[in-house]
Write a protein that binds this ligand. Structure first.
Ligand SMILES: [Zn+2]
Length: 175
């Protein structure tokens, strides 16, 4: 099975990166129950049950539509910002703040909880940044926070898009 790659440096960005290319994906971790279970476990957000994958994929695209323009110094669409806040609000209503000061949700953990976690992460990133470190891989549409010292990260990963870009730029995505 293909390995889960986590390059976003924020949960909401890794959530947006569960699809490997847009608009047509060749791999989508949220397309199947097995994929969702594998991805969630690999991110340290394991699921008890899967739940509504179509709703999770739909929210993923909302997250992407918000962060993609911000990665290019442009404004996010207001209706997508409204949706992220509405989903976050619904999540907070179901959550508790635990004694490690994290939002947690009672079991069973489903993709709905992943969506709430992604919404919380997105609100945190949007309100606290560092948005000036947000980037989008020019080859595969993955979004990430550049945490490198010199702030010159361009690719999702040097071992995939960074190394093969020159010869395979016309491929809209990653393998
Ligand atoms: Zn890439």
């Amino acid at each position: 099975m293909t390995e889960v790659e986590l390059v976003g440096n924020a949960f909401c960005l890794d959530f947006a990166n569960t699809v490997n290319a847009r608009p047509v994906a060749r791999r989508d971790w949220l397309a199947t129950e097995e994929g969702a279970l594998t991805w969630a476990a690999a991110t340290g957000h394991p699921l008890d049950e899967v739940g509504d994958l179509a709703a999770a994929r739909d929210f993923r695209e909302t997250v992407f539509r918000v962060f993609q323009p911000v990665a290019h110094g442009e404004q996010a669409p207001q209706d997508d910002l409204d949706r992220i806040l509405a989903v976050h609000g619904a999540g907070v209503l179901h959550a508790r703040l635990d004694r490690d000061y994290r939002l947690t949700w009672p079991p069973p953990r489903t993709v709905e909880v992943l969506v709430w976690e992604a919404a919380a992460s997105a609100v945190e990133l949007l309100t606290h940044g560092p948005l000036d470190r947000l980037g989008e891989c020019p080859s595969c549409c993955w979004v990430f926070l550049d945490v490198s010292k010199n702030r010159r990260r361009r690719w999702c990963s040097m071992t995939t898009c960074g190394s093969r870009d020159k010869s395979r730029r016309y491929y809209a995505g990653r393998g």
